[in-house]
Design a binder for this molecule. Structure first.
Ligand SMILES: Cc1ncc(C[n+]2csc(CCOP(=O)(O)OP(=O)(O)O)c2C)c(N)n1
Ligand SMILES: [Mg+2]
Length: 514
């Protein structure tokens, strides 16, 4: 058995059975091993930002890592932005990067690069395998590192000769460490804050936004009057009818400041103390008032569900008493297609158990509010602010959950970064309905231009923020990659197209002209 095969068998033994890949010459023995060893699903992405975004989406839904296979430094570099989003999502990823053979390095061939240097900022764990005999053990440790709470990117660099050299065999599954319970002090501090009588909020993210923990938090809110809030961007929120609804801290700084203004205590469950996405002249970076105390009930790597259970116990809050979101569906919209009618159509049609990948930016400001009473579903956001995330995240989620409908809501600007994901959806027959919010602009930046006080935009400024001349033809772009598509310019046309996409078992794209 060679090193590559020992690694593939080790990955499978460790429960990693999907590989999102874009290989090159240095990975050919790994590619051969993927074919020789049965059991690994290999999914080709035509750009590394697709590969890494798929691994992120897969992990968010499967709660376990996929592996990637990337080609040397440049391949990794192309995938970095979505590894950044994966890091912020706390997604476990076994990020495998091929490298030149160890003895080839000294010649500084064209593709030679500082792979560890490229990997460092996004990786919690990095190892370059020394020889074929260590590849399996390194792979086993990469899985443990990826799964270490809260979930992280583990980068394994595989010189070509470690893949083709002789190895002894696979390493059996190792147990990853679990989440540590929170300290009694942290619970006591939160209880004291909740009993103080002063206005208090619980700010949550990560696993705390799954249905069961939300119910416990809802009961705590029912018992104490505390306000439940979620971070602005979350990897995955379980929401919809029959679940405890949670409001996010808004992105616009003034709205966030207004929401948080009255609180004297904020209890963090996996979340960070809220800060503005960007600095704006004359506005604060921290979003909480100066006299607001911040209490950490659970760090991101700790057991959030257990912490909430414990807190509920102390307060005598019974999860059965949590107030649940009532079902509500609006009628189908008619007339002009705009962000409001689009939101209404989503709310009217979103199917039960859907997975939503949301990078709709300005068009989607009301999508969450509108769909609060839709049937239960999961909602994934761009966690690291790096656009070009949702198309691959939707693709990876569809690989993880073949029985569920995935709906991808995307700005037209961000979608151009990783549109190759559509080809992967077509090739793999993935059940994803994509809605492109075609406002022909980087609309958010048009607002931000004013927000940062850059003055009135000139002609050249406008040219940097508008996407027209020519308009992107999303129907042709999708069809060119094997995805059926249609364009909607009215609410009625969108209703029909969205219903058609939801009814079809494979990928479908709608260019919603706003
Ligand atoms: C990787 C990366 N590059 C650039 C940006 C800056 N940026 C933020 S939003 C945006 C435009 C988004 O446009 P679109 O997806 O069409 O959404 P809209 O603002 O029109 O709603 C850009 C370029 C970013 N956040 N990430
Ligand atoms: Mg746009």
């Amino acid at each position: 058995m060679n090193g590559a095969e020992s690694l593939v068998r080790t990955l499978l033994a460790g429960g990693v059975d999907v590989c999102f890949t874009n290989p090159g010459t240095s990975e050919m023995h790994f590619v051969a091993a993927l074919d020789r060893v049965p059991g690994m699903r290999c999914v080709l992405g035509l750009f590394e930002g697709v590969v890494t975004g798929c691994a992120d989406g897969y992990a968010r839904m499967a709660d376990k890592p996929a592996s990637t296979l990337l080609h040397l430094g440049p391949g990794l570099a192309n995938g970095l932005a979505n590894l950044h989003n994966a890091r912020r999502a706390r997604s476990p990823v076994v990020n495998i990067v091929g490298d030149h053979a160890t003895y080839h390095h000294r010649y500084d061939a064209p593709l030679t690069a500082d792979i560890e240097g490229f990997a460092k900022p996004v990786s919690a764990w990095i190892r370059t395998s020394a020889d074929a005999g260590s590849v399996a053990a390194d792979g086993a440790q990469a899985i443990v590192a990826a799964l270490a709470p809260p979930g992280q990117v583990a980068t394994l660099i595989l010189p070509a000769d470690t893949a083709w050299g002789e190895a002894s065999g696979a390493i059996p599954r190792a147990n990853p460490s679990g989440r540590d319970a929170v300290a009694a002090d942290a619970v006591a501090e939160s209880v004291a804050a909740l009993r103080s009588g002063a206005p208090c909020a619980i700010l949550m993210t990560g696993p705390a936004l799954r249905e069961k923990s939300l119910a416990v938090a809802g009961a705590i809110a029912q018992a104490t009057g505390v306000r439940l809030l979620a971070q602005t961007s979350n990897a995955r929120t379980q929401r919809g009818a029959g679940r405890v609804a949670i409001t996010r801290v808004p992105y616009p700084v003034d709205q966030a400041l207004a929401m948080l203004a009255g609180f004297r205590h904020i209890i963090l469950v996996g979340a960070k103390a809220p800060v503005a996405f960007f600095a704006y002249p004359g506005k604060p970076s921290r979003l909480t008032p100066d006299d607001c105390a911040i209490h950490v009930l659970a760090r991101p790597d700790q057991d959030m569900a257990g912490a909430l259970d414990w807190l509920a116990d102390e307060l005598g809050a019974d999860p059965a008493t949590a107030p649940l979101q009532a079902p509500s569906r609006p009628p189908l919209p008619s007339g002009a297609l705009d962000p409001d009618s689009l939101a209404q159509a989503l709310a009217a049609l979103l199917p039960e158990n859907a997975i939503v990948a949301d990078e709709s930016i300005t068009a989607g400001r009301n999508f969450q509010a509108a769909t609060a009473g839709a049937p239960p579903h999961d909602w994934m956001q761009v966690t690291g602010g790096s656009i070009g995330c949702a198309l691959p995240v939707a693709t990876g989620a569809a690989v993880a959950c073949p029985d569920r409908k995935v709906v991808c809501l995307h700005g037209d600007g961000g979608a151009m970064y990783t549109l190759q994901a559509l080809w992967t959806q077509a090739r793999e027959g993935l059940d994803v309905t994509t809605v492109i919010c075609a406002n022909r602009a980087y609309a958010i930046l048009q607002h931000e231009f004013a927000n940062v006080g850059a003055g009135a935009p000139g002609r050249r400024d406008r040219d940097m923020l508008e996407l027209g001349r020519p308009d992107l033809d999303w129907v042709s772009l999708a069809r060119g990659m094997g995805v059926p598509a249609t364009k909607a310019t009215t609410a009625e046309a969108f209703n029909d197209a969205f219903a058609r996409g939801l009814a079809s078992p494979g990928p479908y794209l709608i260019e919603a002209v706003l």
